[in-house]
Design a protein around this ligand. Structure first.
Ligand code: 13P
Length: 246
């Protein structure tokens, strides 16, 4: 399995930010892990052109379920692929919260992503209240069952566990808590997809930074990270890539 360091720029970045990308690919010309940045849609084509031939893949942060049509403001998976994307993040908690995205919608988007040849990074995670109530495993289990389509393979699907309360807060679960959720997700995938589950990448996301990356990557069943804030700077994201490549 090739591990994955994925950066989610969210609604950040401008053409000026490509200087950070230049630095990143210069410092990490041949990482042992896969390296991915998901900028806002406006920068995908530019970034993909900028890093052509380099060991950096580019992805989107959302797509529509339809291939084309009367959906003002939306972007189809095929359009992301045409712009140079290889991946798309789907069902991020910010989209579930800001746009009311349901598991069923996320599942339909994943199928659209596959149709366009993209690998879907499907996000799930509990809120702080759900963790406090002791329902974390039930919540992520339901999200996994509802968001991941039946045709999932290690090639077309990546799962990202992102506790909502750990996103952008500087707080992270304990290593034991991460291990518990990732072990649970691996077992749930194995029950549904058999041997394929061992090859599916499970990313941890939520306040990953250079100072905690190595210890998080040492947790069993953590196959990479989905990084927000720390993916905006080449030095920080590069350090995380280096930790995953170690
Ligand atoms: P932060 O790394 O900024 O906490 O964001 C995590 C995230 O939401 C990535 O998708």
């Amino acid at each position: 399995m090739r591990k994955l360091a994925a950066g989610n720029w969210k609604m950040n970045g401008s053409p000026m930010s490509l200087t950070e990308v230049t630095l990143l690919v210069k410092e990490h010309p041949a990482p042992r892990c896969e390296m991915l940045l998901c900028p806002p849609a406006t920068l995908i084509a530019q970034m993909a052109w900028h890093v052509r031939g380099a060991a950096l893949k580019v992805g989107g942060q959302d797509c529509h379920t339809a291939a084309s049509g009367a959906h003002t403001g939306d972007i189809s998976a095929q359009m992301l692929a045409d712009a140079g994307a290889a991946y798309v993040i789907l069902g991020h908690s910010e989209r579930r919260a800001d746009h009311g995205e349901t598991d069923a919608l996320v599942r339909a988007k994943a199928e659209a992503a596959w149709d366009a040849g993209l690998t879907a990074i499907l996000c799930l995670g509990e809120t702080g209240a759900q963790r406090d109530a002791g329902t974390t495993l039930r919540v992520v289990g339901e999200q996994l069952a509802g968001s991941v389509p039946d045709g999932a393979t290690a090639a077309n699907t990546v799962i990202a566990y992102e506790p909502v309360w750990a996103i952008g807060t500087g707080r992270t679960p304990t290593l034991d808590e991460i291990a518990e959720v990732h072990g649970f997700l691996r077992a749930a995938l194995a029950k549904r997809f058999g041997a394929e589950a061992a090859e599916m990448r499970l990313l941890y996301g939520g306040s990953v930074k250079p100072s905690n990356a190595a210890e998080i990557f040492a947790v069993p069943d953590v196959d990479g990270a989905l990084v927000g804030g720390a993916s905006l700077k080449a030095a920080d994201f590069g350090a995380i890539v280096a930790a995953l490549s170690a």
